[in-house]
Design a protein around this ligand. Structure first.
Ligand SMILES: [Fe+2]
Ligand SMILES: [Fe+2]
Length: 158
């Protein structure tokens, strides 16, 4: 799979999980925990393959405009990974607070994904050759499996 198709397929999975999460109520305790676990796993793998493999190739192929977009995208990842998602994980799933925080997570990610698909990926597509995109896709697919296995291993050990 080429890099952009792979990342877009991940986005679909993430957006679907966010839709499911936002449809839950304070009574769906188990479901909320389950969805957060799934989201964390998907985001962990996705964010890492972007930051380790895709973004650096994009930044290298581009110039100042792409560099700015690169740092913007990384900062958005950081907001989710270091702030919003950890807070949500510590919030009681039966609380209204959880509902509010889940909504912010959804809004942030929807914005981020839209920006990637509408700007970053389009620029990457014009800067990188089809062969490069295919090679990046192959690398990311393999790395993604590793990352998912790592997190699942960490969870078992915890
Ligand atoms: Fe991203
Ligand atoms: Fe993404």
């Amino acid at each position: 799979m080429n890099a952009i198709d792979l990342l877009k397929a991940d986005h679909k999975v993430v957006l679907d999980l966010l839709e499911q999460l936002s449809a839950t109520t304070e009574r769906a305790l188990k479901k909320r925990v389950e969805l957060i676990d799934k989201l964390e796993l998907e985001l962990f793998a996705h964010t890492h393959i972007e930051e380790e493999i895709f973004y650096p190739a994009y930044k290298k192929a581009g110039s100042k405009e792409e560099a700015k977009m690169y740092f913007e995208a990384i900062e958005e990842h950081r907001a989710v990974d270091a702030l919003v998602l950890p807070h949500l994980k510590r919030t009681a799933p039966g609380s209204v607070e959880f509902s509010g925080r889940a909504k912010v997570l959804k809004e942030l990610l929807e914005h981020h994904i839209e920006e990637e698909e509408e700007t970053l990926f389009k620029q990457a597509k014009s800067l990188l050759s089809a062969a490069q995109l295919k090679e990046l896709g192959t690398q990311m697919e393999a790395r993604k499996l590793q990352l998912k296995a790592e997190l699942q291993q960490q969870r078992k050990a915890a």
